[in-house]
Design a protein around this ligand. Structure first.
Ligand SMILES: Cc1cc2nc3c(=O)[nH]c(=O)nc-3n(C[C@H](O)[C@H](O)[C@H](O)COP(=O)(O)OP(=O)(O)OC[C@H]3O[C@@H](n4cnc5c(N)ncnc54)[C@H](O)[C@@H]3O)c2cc1C
Length: 456
């Protein structure tokens, strides 16, 4: 048996596994925690994250969950002297619809029955109560949501956006953090409390009377690690670990990509919030390009209508130059692989798509800088796009997964909820985020049938 035996074995050193270990170490000081992962911490999906956060969701439980996570992020930011670079200029959700009734209904539903005072509608050409996102400091930012529904007002505050935009939902408790800093800060604390990292891949888990024997293969060969409790935080491989326990999880993996490059032409205002074009579109190809694209069955889909949700934001602070663009248009699940299937056409596709809301990006058509970063990773999702946090069927085994496109923002709440399940103390909404929600078929069906599942 290994000298790496622990009371708790956390499988996966992405932001979710690390956050689980962090809150478990905080809540149960005497436990020895071992995090098992063959990769460097934070190097798989967590390295591809856009690192954005928001408390805007179409359901009040998801709003409460992310609000809780943002509370914890703010606490960490305060305690560690802003090391996680938490900013808060909000999310600007833009649409050309003047009266987006469905969107506004979802906004009200998402903030719940008590949420009405959090929503401020501005219909006039001036809005004295609207605070533009001048400061990036999360401590200065307003709460709630500003709904801008006047084109003059929108032009004044978002002068570089497509002039056809008629409504902007400016979500104020939203911004970005450094997920990598968050992960390394948590790892330091875990190690300070005696926790260790075991660089090995879990290949088998055997249930024994007093816990588990986890077989893990590392650079020095096979090891047997004993633990009373197992936490499955294996990201895209969460279902594989479940299978080792004889269980199945209702998750699928969908590959998504993003790019980052230096905006040397100054197309994007450094103070622009994380901006999302909600409207579907036909990509802006020239007639000649369109013809070529349509002729090839492999690319013909690019000439058809594309979904909304394309996003853009400045990266690296007010004095930086980089910008990030992303578009979660893929809808086809696939088996996760370590050699990621990044599409060489993606940079051009996302640039063209993002240029609809930010026409100044058109300057980069055909001339994207050579030093472009192109990332990818899997959204590991349930059909309803809610996470799975809590007990598995196997006694003393827990899951923290299906974190889709929200695992960075929700990591702290996920870690705290997982620790809450282990230690017996958790908020009311925890049950709905666990596997036990599937006992309520009507609830799950309603979630799956709702118009929006909050995917961005
Ligand atoms: C393009 C993109 C953009 C995103 N943008 C955002 C965003 O803006 N905001 C946000 O909040 N979220 C975002 N996300 C989502 C976020 O990145 C993920 O939800 C989060 O990183 C998931 O973390 P994780 O720890 O569950 O998974 P991972 O980071 O994938 O970690 C899982 C770990 O488990 C390990 N593992 C797997 N199998 C085994 C095994 N058998 N034995 C041992 N270890 C194993 C892996 O090696 C890996 O290190 C984005 C995701 C993508 C793909």
């Amino acid at each position: 048996m290994s000298d790496r035996n622990g009371d708790i074995a956390v499988i996966g050193a992405g932001i979710v596994g690390i956050a689980c270990a962090y809150y478990l170490a905080k809540g149960r000081a005497s436990s020895k925690i071992v995090i098992i992962d063959p990769r460097a911490p934070m190097s798989l999906t967590s390295a591809a994250s856009g690192e954005n956060y928001r408390n805007w969701w179409p359901h009040p439980i998801m709003t409460a969950f992310t609000d809780y996570s943002i509370d914890l992020l703010e606490e960490i930011s305060r305690e560690h002297d802003s090391r996680i670079h938490m900013s808060r200029r909000g999310y600007a959700l833009a649409t050309r619809e003047a009266r987006p009734e469905q969107l506004l209904r979802e906004l009200q539903t998402g903030y719940g029955p008590e949420g009405a005072p959090r929503i401020r509608v501005h219909e006039g050409a001036s809005a004295p109560s609207y605070t533009p996102p001048v400061s990036a400091d999360w401590r200065d930012a307003p709460e709630g949501v500003d709904v801008l529904q006047n084109r003059h007002l929108i032009r004044r505050h978002f002068p570089t956006f497509d002039p056809e935009v008629s409504t902007i939902l400016h979500i104020r408790r939203a911004g970005d953090i450094s997920g990598q800093q968050l992960g390394s800060l948590m790892l330091e604390q875990i190690r300070a409390k005696g926790g260790i990292l075991a660089p090995a891949r879990v290949t088998e888990i055997a249930r024994q009377q007093d816990g588990f024997v986890v077989t893990a293969r590392g650079p020095d060969g096979e090891d047997k690690i004993r633990a009373a409790i197992v936490v499955n935080a294996a990201g895209p491989y969460v279902a594989d670990i479940a299978r080792m326990l004889g269980e199945s999880l209702p998750v699928e993996n969908i590959f998504h990509q993003k790019i980052a490059f230096a905006d040397n032409l100054g197309a994007i205002d450094r103070r622009m919030p994380f901006s999302i074009d909600l409207d579907g579109q036909a990509i802006d190809w020239t007639n000649q390009e369109r013809q070529l694209i349509e002729e090839d069955p492999a690319t013909a889909w690019l000439a058809r209508p594309m979904p909304g949700g394309i996003h853009c934001r400045p990266e690296g602070g007010d004095l930086g130059k980089w910008i990030k663009l992303g578009w979660a248009y893929n809808r086809t699940p696939s088996e996760p692989r370590d050699d990621l299937p990044t599409d060489p056409n993606f940079p051009d596709i996302v640039l063209r798509g993002a240029s609809r809301l930010n026409p100044r990006l058109k300057q980069y058509y055909g001339r994207l800088p050579r030093q472009i970063t192109h990332y990818g990773g899997y959204y590991t999702m349930t059909k309803e796009n809610w996470p799975l946090i809590g007990p598995m069927k196997t006694k003393h085994a827990y899951v923290a997964g299906a974190m889709s496109g929200f695992g960075t923002m929700a990591a702290c709440a996920t870690g705290a909820l997982c620790a809450g399940w282990v230690l017996g103390k958790r908020p009311e909404f925890a049950e709905r985020l666990s596997l036990s929600r599937y006992n309520d078929e009507i609830f799950v069906r309603q979630l799956r049938e709702s118009a929006s599942r909050g995917v961005l």
